[in-house]
Design a protein around this ligand. Structure first.
Ligand code: NI
Length: 225
């Protein structure tokens, strides 16, 4: 399932983040990628140990913790700390798949169920730079307003088109979900959204309580925490 989560960051938060990022030292993006990705990756990133990146990453995770749509769709268990990348002057990232397992600080490892890209620039500020995700339903091109996030299965092939004018600045990260299966997670999300709409229309009633019970019993059956 791919999902657009609007307004993760406010315009003020985006502005502050961009000011910090524009002043930060960027390095070759190939430092954080495996052999296959390194052959097709042409961009720059903040180093994983960058103090600026660490601080901004905490702001991103705090914003996500307050976002009900994100929580309902991702059912996050653990995150790789957010990273930041920048493409300009024709830079791009060819077709690749993200690694299935990543180390997180502290030596633990995390299974990458979902990939996230949080846009920190407006679409009109650059040409190209579309994130293209190729899944079983075809190919989807994504270019979102600043502060918006796209969530997609980390198992999908994807690429970033060349940026031919301006700069594309984003945060990107992975998470392990409480529910490993994309299909089961998608069903839980649809059920949750439908329950919320029913509750808004009818108020709390016997049926919404029963359906909420089913939601939690399915989550109990399918989650791994
Ligand atoms: Ni990727």
């Amino acid at each position: 399932m791919m999902l657009h989560v609007p307004g993760v960051l406010s315009p003020d938060q985006v502005r502050q983040m961009r000011a910090a990022l524009d002043a930060a030292p960027w390095t070759d993006g190939r430092e954080t990628v495996g052999d296959q990705g390194a052959q097709v990756k042409r961009n720059r990133q903040l180093p994983e140990q960058s103090p600026v990146g660490r601080e901004l990453g905490k702001t991103v995770l705090a914003a996500l913790a307050r976002n009900a749509l994100f929580f309902s769709s991702a059912l996050p268990l653990r995150f790789v700390p957010p990273l930041f990348n920048r493409y300009e002057g024709g830079e791009n990232y060819g077709v690749h798949v993200d690694g299935a397992v990543r180390a997180v600080p502290g030596g633990e490892q995390l299974r990458t169920d979902l990939s996230c890209t949080l846009f920190l620039c407006e679409p009109e500020d650059y040409d190209g730079g579309e994130l293209e995700v190729i899944d079983t339903y075809g190919s989807h091109e994504v270019k979102l307003p600043a502060g918006d996030l796209i969530l997609y299965p980390a198992s999908s092939l994807h690429r970033v088109h060349p940026v031919t004018r301006g700069a594309r600045v984003c945060s990107f990260f992975w998470l392990q979900s409480m529910v490993r299966s994309d299909q089961q997670r998608g069903m839980l999300f649809e059920l949750d959204q439908s329950i919320q709409k029913l509750r808004a229309r009818l108020g709390e009633c016997e049926e919404t309580v029963a359906l909420t019970g089913h939601y939690h019993n399915l989550l109990r059956l399918w989650s791994d925490v």
